[in-house]
Design a protein around this ligand. Structure first.
Ligand SMILES: [Zn+2]
Length: 508
């Protein structure tokens, strides 16, 4: 084939590693044409398309080249991977040009499809192109995993309460708490941990005016938070600093697994973005799982009453597995809102006013204190997670038939066992610290306007109200109730403590 006229094709892909600019490709191909005395009749380019993802015929520049009215005998590319990385894609391009009686010529690769030798060699080269595309896919996967491992945001939807910010330690973006929203997430978590339902948490988010997530703002049919949005938020592993991650999961739905360390299989946790520990999060998710089945309760027990004492009322006759009084549940008895025991069926109604009266009588004049539980966990914090992962791996080991996988799992189990030995040596230190407010319980109660605010004040004082059977009849038998306060009676004195006492508390 004698060549006199040629066309040039140049392409740049999105990935930075192939940063040979279009200008450089054009320069090299023009020089190549000039050195052979060929006339360049047209130049075609494509921007920002990855060869491993797009067929040549899907690219505007390549299509224009094929449709061009210009006559040419050869198409010059800088390297063959500018054109295609798959055998079939390359051969399709080759056939399309052959119909126009033209062949592909590469500057940097020994490919000249205008000769018989070239055509034979090009097929071989295309095989390597295919291998390279496979390697690119592996690199993309590895890069994504690296981004996730180092906390940089790999794209996708951000959870409510988190945002991406410029990485202070390098390029890219990192996940960080969103100061405008994170408080609402914390509030929702605290409510669930205290035993509130998801429904009441939805109500609470509406009451306190939490801004809606942007996704549900677009698609919402009614004003306000939805049950599914709140439940999805609470189940998101990002709450414990983990990353939902499913290699190989090509669907858009969020999977159940989280990103794990490849040596031990333990979750990768970024504590700087977490609002709770991994075991706290697991406990909460487990409680949500259990509550799903509790929705099958009789209608009477599900009816809404004031949530003020929800989770604080216990039965004095019944004990649970841990020998604690069984919690009584909100419901309606003969049309009146109240609480009932699901073990012995005793009920109590119209007692909330008395509980408040007693709270204000016993605690109202006292300076308010909040008890803050601080857990200094160290390595022991990992123990529940290690146990959890060990049981998962043991099950996997039993079910696998693959020798290599069995070896890998055995290796992980061995690593975990040695971590467990270390972690057991370091017990967590739990410090319960009392934080003193500046005002009395009574003052804060008087200013609390919503049930949520009232409950927050009450929670600092009241641990539980235990109910026993008593006189039946009109009005409340006050002897049925006993009060269990959160703190010893000397905590929260009527007079403010002197400086010396305060200093002693601060130390200890
Ligand atoms: Zn009972």
């Amino acid at each position: 084939m004698s060549i006199r006229r040629c066309a040039i094709y140049a392409r740049i892909s999105v990935s930075a590693e192939e940063s040979v600019s279009i200008a450089r490709q054009l320069e090299a191909t023009r020089q190549y044409a000039a050195s052979r005395g060929w006339q360049v009749v047209a130049e075609f380019t494509d921007d920002g398309v990855s060869a491993s993802r797009n067929k040549p015929e899907d690219r505007a520049g390549w299509r224009a080249l094929l449709d061009s009215p210009e006559q040419y005998d050869a198409v010059i590319v800088w390297k063959i991977d500018r054109l295609a990385r798959k055998v079939l894609d390359f051969l399709h391009a080759h056939e399309a040009l052959r119909d126009r009686k033209a062949g592909i010529v590469a500057v940097e690769d020994p490919v000249d499809m205008t000769t018989a030798q070239g055509r034979a060699f090009a097929t071989l080269l295309a095989v390597f192109g295919e291998m390279e595309a496979e390697a690119t896919r592996a690199r993309v996967k590895a890069a994504r995993r690296f981004l996730v491992m180092t906390g940089r945001v790999p794209g996708g939807t951000l959870a409510y309460g988190w945002r991406s910010v410029p990485n202070p330690d390098g390029p890219g973006l990192v996940l960080a708490q969103d100061p405008h929203h994170i408080g609402f997430v914390r509030g929702a978590v605290e409510r669930i941990q205290r035993g509130h339902s998801i429904y009441s948490t939805v109500q609470w988010l509406d009451e306190v005016g939490a801004p809606l997530p942007s996704a549900s703002q677009k698609s919402r049919k009614r004003d306000g938070w939805s049950y599914t949005t709140v439940e999805r938020l609470l189940r998101n592993p990002v709450l414990a600093g983990m990353t939902a991650y499913n290699p190989g999961n090509t669907t858009q739905t969020r999977g159940e697994d989280v990103l794990r360390d490849s040596e031990t299989g333990l979750p990768v946790v970024d504590e700087s973005i977490a609002i709770m520990t991994v075991s706290e999060w697991r406990t909460m998710v487990k409680s949500l799982d259990e509550r799903d089945s509790a929705q099958a309760l009789p209608r009477a027990l599900r009816s809404t009453t004031s949530p003020l004492l929800s989770g604080l009322v216990s039965c004095g006759h019944c004990r649970d597995d841990s020998d604690e009084p069984v919690r009584m549940h909100r419901g309606t008895t003969q049309g009146r809102p109240g609480y009932s025991c699901r073990s012995c069926y005793q009920t109590i109604t119209k007692f909330e006013d008395y509980v408040i009266e007693e709270f204000l009588r016993q605690k109202g004049e006292r300076v308010r204190w909040s008890l803050v539980r601080e857990v200094h966990e160290g390595a022991a914090a990992m123990l529940p997670e290690i146990e959890h992962r060990l049981s998962e791996l043991t099950a996997q080991l039993q079910s696998t038939d693959d020798e290599e996988e069995a070896d890998r799992i055995t290796g992980q189990i061995s690593n975990l066992r040695s971590m467990r030995r270390e972690a057991r040596g370091a017990a967590p230190v739990v410090v319960q610290r009392a934080v003193r407010h500046t005002r009395t319980f009574g003052e804060d109660w008087a200013e609390a306007t919503t049930p949520a605010e009232q409950r927050a004040v009450l929670d600092d004082a009241l641990q539980s109200v235990v109910v026993v059977r008593g006189r039946v009849g009109r009005g409340l038998d006050r002897n049925r109730l006993s009060f269990h306060w959160n703190s010893p009676e000397d905590l929260g004195p009527i007079e403010a403590p002197d400086d010396e006492t305060l200093a002693r508390w601060a130390e200890g």
